[in-house]
Design a binder for this molecule. Structure first.
Ligand code: NAD
Ligand code: TYD
Length: 348
């Protein structure tokens, strides 16, 4: 049995990765390390909590002593690092939290991994999960490739870019065996409703205004979260050491078009009048430093590892809407308490 550490496994993407690894790899002991910040929720992985190859560790990646202790104790042969502060708007109000978790936390993990395996990295792997936002913004045309220069514009993307650089530097300097992926915007079940799609689903359910930043002509490339988990599985097992892979949905949408589609699908599902939810669209003050467009060229992972998204956007979005409507208790739990304070401050 190999001991594998997954960080951030109580969050959105991490919960899908933990579930997939616990179910598909009975020969791994999966340790899920998560600090359970506002974004972490054990309900996201309740279905696998009693599996014999699964252990939850509550801890903070910024806590160097604790990180060294668990690496000494469990001798992790593989690490999949997803724990992060992940919301751009929060990074604008509190950049230091992003420096701590995303940069210092990542370096703590790299150091602990290096410390236990320094004499023999054979068969070991450190997988850093990152974002396409490190590349900055595209104009109306073009795609991000693995060789696009880093040009981050938000404190979030600057902190992720920095962590990517540290991972690469540990590969060059110490021979640490890493793989790194930069993925586009994910959507799907268990997505915390501070991000565009789940926030708008929640507001449509509650007939609240839909706050579109600026003129809504910003473009994102959307990928269904379960397809991201498949890509992560492939890269962890078959990716080449010291390589970066871009992951994307081949699925660009302008925010305003996506919001209109979401309104239409929600109206159908909720039995509301055609056009009813669109009336909730409200154009609000733009996000500072708002990146115009992200779009990924995912041909490398396609050619080298045979990965492609398995669902269309229509299918993925429908599954997502159905999941939120079937899980109103989950939604109500995460939007009670602290969430309303955040919401008031952000959208007042
Ligand atoms: P999320 O915010 O939903 O989850 C983050 C998880 O990390 C939470 O469970 C939280 O409790 C945990 N965490 C935060 N700080 C921690 C700390 N100091 N110590 C231990 N645990 C901590 O994030 P997500 O959307 O699931 O993103 C996961 C990873 O994927 C991140 O690294 C993010 O940068 C990257 N990513 C996200 C997207 C996206 O669209 N969501 C796209 C590409 C890449
Ligand atoms: P978001 O889900 O925060 O992801 P990211 O900023 O990491 O791409 O936002 C997606 C897009 O939606 C982005 O262009 C900002 C926009 N947006 C809104 O217009 N209104 C909102 O309330 C939010 C949260 C995002």
């Amino acid at each position: 049995m190999k001991n594998i550490l997954i960080t951030g496994g109580a969050g959105f993407i991490g919960s899908h990765v933990v579930r997939r690894f616990v179910k598909n790899y009975p020969n791994y002991n999966i340790y899920n390390l998560d600090a359970l910040t506002y974004a972490g929720n054990l309900e996201n992985i309740k279905d696998i909590q009693n599996e014999s190859n699964y252990t939850f560790l509550k801890g903070d990646i910024v806590d160097e002593t604790y990180i060294n202790e668990i690496f000494e104790k469990y001798q992790f042969e593989g690490v999949l690092h997803l724990a992060a502060e992940s919301h751009v708007d929060r990074s604008i109000t509190d950049p230091l939290a992003f420096v701590k978790t995303n940069i210092i936390g990542t370096v703590n993990l790299l150091n602990a991994f290096k410390k236990i395996w320094k004499d023999n990295f054979d068969g070991k792997r450190f997988y850093h999960i990152s974002t396409d936002e490190v590349y900055g913004s595209l104009g109306e045309t073009g795609l991000f490739t693995e060789t696009t220069s880093y040009d981050p514009n938000s404190p979030y993307s600057a902190s992720k870019a920095s962590s990517d650089h540290f991972v690469r530097a540990y590969g060059e300097t110490y021979g640490l065996p890493y793989v790194l992926t930069n993925c586009s915007n994910n959507y799907g079940p268990f997505h915390f409703p501070e991000k565009l799609i789940p926030l708008f689903i929640n507001n449509i359910i509650n007939k609240k205004p839909l706050p579109v930043y600026g003129d809504g002509n910003y473009t994102r490339d959307w990928l269904f979260v379960k397809d991201h988990a498949v890509a992560i599985d492939l890269v962890f097992h078959q990716g080449k050491n010291h390589e970066t892979y871009n992951i994307g949905g081949f699925n660009e949408w302008k925010n305003i078009d996506l919001v209109r589609l979401l309104c239409q699908k929600m109206d159908e599902k909720l039995g509301r009048k055609e056009g009813e939810s669109e009336q909730l669209i409200t154009f609000v003050k733009d996000r500072p430093g708002h990146d115009l467009r992200y779009a990924i060229d995912a041909s490398k992972i396609n050619k080298e590892l045979g990965w492609m998204p398995s669902v269309t956007f229509e299918e993925g979005l429908q599954e997502t809407i159905n999941w939120y409507l079937d899980n109103t208790e989950w939604l109500n739990n995460v939007t009670s308490g602290e969430y309303s304070k955040y919401y008031e401050k952000q959208y007042q």
